[in-house]
Design a protein around this ligand. Structure first.
Ligand SMILES: [Zn+2]
Length: 345
């Protein structure tokens, strides 16, 4: 049994389905949250306030002003400082609950780093905005028998599904063929309102708490779908999909985790920006790069990244793991050319 402060959590413990035993399980739980944007912010804040003992925050990006209407862990100071979302979130979370162990990871989830980013936790919660990351999470979770919670939010619509590999339907059961980029509406094309992110993140956190506490009768195979603008909530029964299973959860086929599906450069949802993968991971000397980029414009440098306006309206951020994000364009070939020009191949 993991110890916790009984006064601090007295109202949660009084909630009978959770109780003292549930609170102790929360204190001993280890959770990875993939993506620290709109959904990840709400999930992390809720779980850390609830007393979850260890939270790993994984995010590849830096906060910007257009994130603030819905990404509740960040403020204008974080945007100005250019601190990556994972690190900025960790600082806020530590002020919310100093007893929680918070581990920020500034990285993009890929097949190559999935085992180190997602290893050593009891559960994974989806705070991402793209299907590539979600399918990597789904396959890692199915292969290792780790429960995870899927969440999606666009416009005023939300989706949440808790996945317990071997028991419930998985993401591939629900979506056999992930949509090609550009086909599905995104935050860019359809927009999003803050309440959608808060509601979906809160439901994800509730599902995560139930999984940690060990309540499984409220976690049957089902998808919760809501439309906040229309005021419609639906629960879709997925038990027949679960019985059938799919190539991933039934037959052990892991195309995303094994790198047979996926991309190298990708436009980032919600931003006028493109991420370019590292040519050689972990090979960037940030101090030397900062000195070099000072010739082109004002440089922001910290232990996680170097950022400079290398051309008018084009902001280049290079991370310590070798990735780059080029803001001010959605053109992937232009983004690659800028990285090649200012960082080198
Ligand atoms: Zn499946």
């Amino acid at each position: 049994m993991t110890a916790y402060d009984p006064d601090r959590y007295s109202r949660q413990v009084r909630f009978a389905p959770l109780g003292a035993d549930g609170q102790s399980r929360l204190a001993g739980a280890r959770v990875a949250i993939v993506g620290c944007g709109a959904l990840g912010s709400v999930v992390a804040m809720t779980l850390v306030r609830a007393g979850v003992g260890f939270v790993r925050m994984i995010d590849r990006d830096v906060p910007e002003l257009s994130n603030l209407p819905r990404q509740v862990l960040f403020d204008e100071a974080d945007v100005a400082a250019g601190v990556p979302k994972a690190a900025a979130a960790a600082a806020h979370l530590r002020r919310i609950n100093s007893a929680a162990q918070i581990e920020p990871v500034v990285a993009d989830l890929t097949p190559a780093n999935a085992a180190s980013l997602l290893g050593g936790v009891d559960m994974i919660v989806d705070g991402t905005d793209n299907f590539e990351a979600r399918f990597i999470v789904n396959e890692y979770a199915c292969r290792n028998g780790i429960p995870w919670v899927y969440g999606g939010a666009i416009g005023a619509e939300g989706r949440v599904m808790a996945v317990r590999p071997g028991t419930t339907a998985c993401l591939r059961c629900l979506i056999p063929d992930p949509p090609a980029p550009g086909v599905m509406p995104t935050c860019d094309t359809a927009g999003i309102i803050g309440p959608t992110a808060v509601v979906v993140g809160a439901i994800e956190a509730a599902e995560a708490i139930k999984l940690i506490v060990g309540v499984t009768d409220g976690l049957r195979s089902r998808l919760l779908a809501c439309d906040l603008w229309e005021g419609v909530w639906r629960t879709i029964d997925l038990s027949s999909l679960a019985e059938q299973g799919c190539a991933t959860c039934r037959a052990g086929d892991f195309p995303w985790l094994e790198g047979r599906m996926g991309t190298q450069a990708a436009a980032i949802c919600g931003r006028d920006a493109v991420q370019v993968a590292a040519a050689r991971p972990g090979a960037v000397d940030l101090a030397a790069l900062a000195a070099r980029l000072e010739a082109f414009g004002a440089v922001t440098a910290n232990r996680w990244l170097v950022r400079a306006e290398v051309e008018p309206g084009t902001l280049l951020s290079v991370f310590a793991d070798g990735r780059a994000i080029v803001a001010g364009t959605r053109d992937e070939s232009r983004a690659r050319a800028i990285v090649a020009r200012y960082v080198g191949a």
